[in-house]
Design a protein around this ligand. Structure first.
Ligand SMILES: [Zn+2]
Length: 335
């Protein structure tokens, strides 16, 4: 009888520990700590939010573009699509990121991996800005990006030449990235909002093929909210698979609409097609929330990511949730 009671007690304890289970730590690979007005909820507060959301480390970056507040604007725009005013390249974003990160106490700073993004990707001088940042803040930077190329409405609002993944100005950036072992987080929509063929995929592919020593992470695999409003990309998984098979230097950031519209189905369940794909290439995927200056959305974004991770075998989930992101930035320093 005593033995039975003991067994019941143990079972109850087991159930209780499961209820209070903390999810395994995750590295958030895509956090914009500044928005398009170069402001945020504050980096100190971000650390608290990371702790609350089970995030052990994060790749952090500013926003390479600044929204104009024009003379006749009815109100100050908060987002880049708040009104029709253009956006322009704003290199100070990297300086703000560096100063904010360096202000943190060392035990918090070491959980953040800063990326350089404040350059014009159509200007052949862009690489000079990256060299300058590496010189001004030695040892601080762990990657380059998010480089914003094809990005529907944002591209249309951006002053100057249209950015694309295979622009000659980026060749020097990709070469420097390889030389300094800095991974490149690249945003390029796979197509426009109206074309069903993947008209911009070739640009990404040419960049990745031309720079085999550069580690690329394709942000959200070319998905974007404005594309999704118009069409669902049925062939996306097949195309991603073909590219991963062909290019060993290509990785995919599972974030933003890629998670909500592809990794999960309409009822919020993991899509078997993507589960199979990630299982086939377990070292080539990373996860991120893609929050921009506001921390309240991280929890929901990472909940969706965790729903998908739960459908993977635990050893694959650990790689995708954490180990791949740390490996690519030469990290692991968060323990
Ligand atoms: Zn992006």
């Amino acid at each position: 009888m005593k033995k039975i009671l003991l067994l019941v007690l143990l079972a109850l304890l087991g159930a209780a520990s499961l209820v209070g289970a903390v999810p395994p730590p995750l590295v958030d690979g895509e956090v914009h700590i500044l928005d398009f007005n170069q402001s945020s909820d504050g980096l100190e507060r971000f650390i608290t939010v990371m702790d609350a959301n089970g995030v052990s480390a994060a790749w952090v970056m500013g926003a390479p573009l600044q929204k104009m507040w024009q003379e006749h604007a009815p109100r100050r725009p908060v987002a880049y699509e708040s009104d029709d005013a253009p956006v322009y390249y704003y290199s100070a974003t990297d300086v703000i990121v560096a100063r904010q990160v360096l202000k943190l106490p060392p035990h918090q700073r070491r959980r953040l991996y800063p990326f350089i993004c404040g350059f014009n990707p159509t200007d052949r001088n862009g690489v000079r800005h990256i060299r300058l940042m590496l010189e001004l803040y030695p040892g601080l930077w762990r990657g380059i990006g998010e480089i914003l190329t094809r990005h529907d409405a944002l591209t249309r609002l951006t002053y100057g030449e249209t950015a694309r993944a295979d622009h000659p100005a980026l060749d020097a950036v990709y070469e420097l990235a390889a030389e300094r072992h800095l991974p490149v987080l690249l945003h390029s929509n796979i197509t426009s909002t109206r074309e069903t063929d993947f008209i911009y995929q070739g640009e990404v592919e040419r960049a990745v093929a031309r720079h085999p020593a550069t580690t690329f992470i394709w942000a959200h695999a070319g998905c974007a909210a404005n594309i999704e409003r118009r069409q669902h990309l049925d062939n996306l998984a097949a195309q991603v698979e073909r590219l991963l098979r062909q290019y060993a230097n290509l990785n995919i950031m599972l974030s933003w609409t890629l998670v909500s519209h592809y990794l999960l189905d309409g009822s919020g369940k993991a899509q078997p097609l993507w589960v199979t794909l990630v299982r086939r290439y377990p070292r080539r995927f990373l996860v991120g929330s893609d929050i921009v200056g506001r921390w309240d959305k991280q929890a929901a974004a990472l909940d969706r990511v965790r729903t998908f991770l739960a459908a993977l075998p635990p050893e694959v989930a650990a790689l995708v949730a954490r180990d791949n992101a740390l490996r690519l930035v030469g990290g692991g320093k968060d323990g």
